[in-house]
Design a protein around this ligand. Structure first.
Ligand SMILES: Cc1ncc(COP(=O)(O)O)c(C=O)c1O
Length: 392
């Protein structure tokens, strides 16, 4: 067997792939593990979307390649979505590109823009694919410190000038995975001004813009005048419409950046199954706001149940206004020990904060993408376990 490519040596295994394998072994051994570590929505998509997928798949003409840029009506639906939701006008031909989920977009955009030795700016606590994409491209990472004090937003003024001059990409993500932090238009304006000043491509990864609580509405980076000159934004049906397995998302914004991304993508994939585009269009055009509100109300209720239980399980966390996560810190032990013991002793799987960057090591992430019954059971298990061990 030949030796694997050298680039794999700089690519640590994806933490959740390793964890998933470990959990599979536990399940094979007959252990019932409750997975609060994953951000996969537990509820189904709107029924009319599934119906459209089925109906469209009956059409004998819908089984061929759909084209590298997807079907025009899907691009137009994404443009309609931005107009309707954010009051942003997009050119459906030049400023919209379908993605096979935003994870694909993150890694392929990294490959499209970063060479060995190039520099990318990544918040130190963020979705792991930003760093994995950079590593796959052989690029160097400059971590931007974030903390609860600055609402998990990077301070652009604190970035050394030589670093800013060298950087090619800046990743941001609000509502944020894993912290649940949100950002307002003033933050996006500062991000765009910074990227304009230093000729950096801003990537606003925005898959949670529809997963919001307490009446909060998440803005888009594209709302800032001139954003399309320096920025792209990724959205995803995974979380907005509970369609994680469908692998459907879109990149919007800078025509140049999308064209550059397409140069990689057209050599990697050949678009989606046509019925998936049609179902995506239907999701955008015919999902009532009441469906989104009710889904978010269920998540919010779970969030509140978990928050109320935290003192009894030795954790503390801020209340997130969006995303699927609570970003918690243990009161009486380190996060790694807590995660390990919660798994092996209470059979509740939590995501270790260190997976999201060096700054995350004192934290763990709890997902609300699990049924009410299983969340309640996991909290009971953790309460029993925690009180028996009396860390307090
Ligand atoms: C911030 C963020 N970006 C991107 C993704 C990838 O989403 P998908 O590839 O399913 O669109 C996720 C998934 O959890 C995420 O949390």
């Amino acid at each position: 067997m030949p030796l694997h490519a050298a680039r794999l040596d700089t690519l640590p295994p994806y933490v959740f792939a390793v964890l998933g394998e470990r959990l599979r072994q536990m399940e094979l051994a007959g252990i019932d593990v409750i997975r609060l570590d994953i951000g996969s929505p537990d509820m189904p998509p709107p029924p009319h979307v599934v119906e459209t997928l089925y109906r469209s798949s009956q059409n004998p003409d819908h089984h061929g390649y759909s084209g590298y840029r997807g079907i025009p009506s899907f691009r137009q639906a994404i443009a309609r979505y931005y107009q309707h939701k954010f009051n942003v006008e997009l050119n459906a031909e030049k400023q919209v590109l379908p993605l096979l989920g935003s994870k694909e977009g993150i890694v392929n955009l990294s490959l499209a823009y970063l060479d060995k030795g190039d520099l990318v700016l990544i918040p130190d606590i963020g979705y792991p694919s930003y760093m994995q994409g950079a590593r796959l491209a052989g690029a160097d990472i400059h971590w931007l410190p974030v903390s609860p004090e600055n609402h998990y937003q990077p301070d652009f003024d604190a970035i050394p000038t030589d670093i800013a001059h060298k950087a090619k990409l800046l990743w941001i993500n609000y509502p944020n995975n894993p912290t649940g932090a949100v950002a307002n238009l003033d933050f996006y304006r500062r991000a765009i001004d910074f990227c304009k000043a230093y000729d950096i491509l801003l990537v606003s990864d925005n898959p949670y813009c529809e997963v919001v609580f307490d009446g909060y509405m998440a803005p888009s980076a594209m709302q800032i005048a001139g954003a399309s000159d320096v920025a792209v934004e990724f959205i995803s049906f995974s979380k907005s419409h509970n369609m994680a397995g469908w692998r459907l998302g879109a990149a919007v914004g800078s025509p140049t950046a999308l064209q550059t991304l397409l140069r990689i993508k057209s050599n990697m994939d050949s678009g989606h199954f046509h019925p998936i585009y049609e179902a995506g269009i239907d999701a955008i055009d015919h999902t009532p706001q009441s469906w989104l509100d009710e889904r978010n109300r269920i998540y919010q209720n779970r969030r509140d149940r978990i928050l109320a239980a935290l003192p009894d399980i030795g954790l503390q966390a801020d209340k997130p206004l969006g995303s699927l996560y609570l970003w918690a810190t243990p009161l009486h032990t380190d996060a790694q020990t807590y995660v390990e013991r919660a798994l092996t002793e209470a059979h509740v799987s939590l995501a270790p904060g260190g997976a999201y960057g060096p700054g995350g090591t004192n934290y763990l992430r709890i997902s609300v993408g699990m049924s009410d019954e299983r969340i309640d059971e996991s909290l009971n298990r953790l309460k029993v376990w925690y009180s028996a061990h009396q860390y307090a």
